[in-house]
Design a protein around this ligand. Structure first.
Ligand code: SF4
Ligand code: SF4
Length: 334
């Protein structure tokens, strides 16, 4: 890994220079009392005062709805057209836990049968994380093996050193390329210990106790007790940076159509509904159990890692006040 510094007052110039190369820059912007990644016209539109964005940058690689291909029937001559993805994007300001989530998501979509659309978007996107200086009650990255100092999944990681400069960790070749494009902005430095500049997020449960415990409580009433408030709205999956379930639908007429991929959620009652009318996850407690089992057991079995990064978004968004932290603690203590 290479290490650089960037004066904080040079950040606007950094963004302007990136934009001049034709790339789209997304940064945190406030909308109401929430912060979302969005394009911006001027530097003062960027919000630096946020614990976590309402949505992760997952949709940059895996959009909520995307066209897989279009097809046509011209009087018996059939043709298929795939989308061309050329837009180059730089995402600034994601939190380190979102980098870990992107690493998981890419592993999921690109490992065995690589998804071309996701691969193209990944190749065209540079992710810059901004290490956390604050946290709230819903953050639990340190309970799931990560921390505000994590660089996995980021191309560049910026830490505000509080002295008018960012400490920049150059994590990938893509990050190096972006830094090399503007050599007058960045200065060389050595590796430093950045931890004391960062949020000290408390550990809420012991992952090493929890992971082996989860399958042992599969048949218990713990899931029913936990899920009584859940209304199955699916918001937790929509904000989750690692949730990867999708549905595929055709919007078509006899002459032409578009095949679309859109996010789905295992919290929905119809998610596992069979054509026969049978539903193996008939009640909400089964669906909640699946969500937690997926993240802390099935992912471990299939991908050798848990698939929760402790971003806390599902807790902040839940209209029923469900807290995955509380539920994981109750499993740990069961
Ligand atoms: S956001 Fe809350 S209420 Fe909605 S599905 Fe998730 S846990 Fe249930
Ligand atoms: S399950 Fe909740 S805390 Fe974990 S990664 Fe998803 S949204 Fe974040």
């Amino acid at each position: 890994m290479n290490y650089k510094t960037l004066n904080t007052n040079k950040l606007p110039e950094f963004f302007e220079k990136i934009k001049k190369t034709g790339k789209t820059v997304l940064a945190p912007r406030k909308k109401g009392n929430k912060t979302f990644f969005a394009t911006f016209d001027s530097f003062d539109q960027i919000n630096f005062d946020y614990v976590q964005t309402a949505l992760s940058p997952k949709s940059v690689l895996f959009p909520r709805v995307e066209e897989l291909f279009t097809y046509k029937n011209d009087d018996g001559t059939y043709s298929v057209k795939e989308p061309e993805l050329k837009n180059e994007v730089v995402v600034f300001g994601m939190r380190p836990c979102d980098g870990v989530a992107l690493d998981y998501l890419c592993d999921f979509f690109l490992n065995e049968n690589p998804d071309k659309l996701l691969q193209d978007r990944k190749n065209n996107t540079t992710f810059i994380s901004l290490a956390c200086k604050s946290f709230d009650n819903d953050c639990f990255c340190t309970s799931v093996g990560s921390s505000p100092a994590e660089t996995l999944g980021s191309d560049l990681c910026f830490t505000d050193m509080g002295n008018g400069s960012y400490y920049v960790e150059v994590v990938t070749d893509k990050g190096q390329k972006l830094v090399d494009a503007f050599p007058d902005l960045f200065a060389d430095t050595k590796e430093i210990n950045k931890v004391e500049q960062l949020a000290q997020v408390p550990v809420r449960f012991e992952l090493k106790n929890l992971v082996p415990k989860i399958p042992t409580v599969f048949e218990t009433n713990i899931w029913l007790d936990q899920s009584l408030a859940c209304i199955g709205c699916g918001a937790c999956a929509y904000v989750c940076p690692t949730c990867s379930c999708f549905d595929v639908q055709d919007e078509c007429n006899p002459k032409a159509g578009t095949r679309l991929r859109c996010w789905d959620s295992c919290a929905f009652g119809q998610f596992t509904l069979h054509a026969s009318g049978h539903n193996p996850r008939e009640v909400q407690s089964n669906r909640w159990r699946n969500r937690v089992m997926h993240k802390f057991n099935y992912s471990v079995q299939n991908m050798n890692t848990i698939s929760c990064v402790g971003c806390g978004r599902c807790i902040r968004v839940c209209p029923a006040g469900m807290s995955i932290i509380e539920h994981l603690i109750s499993v740990e203590e069961a």
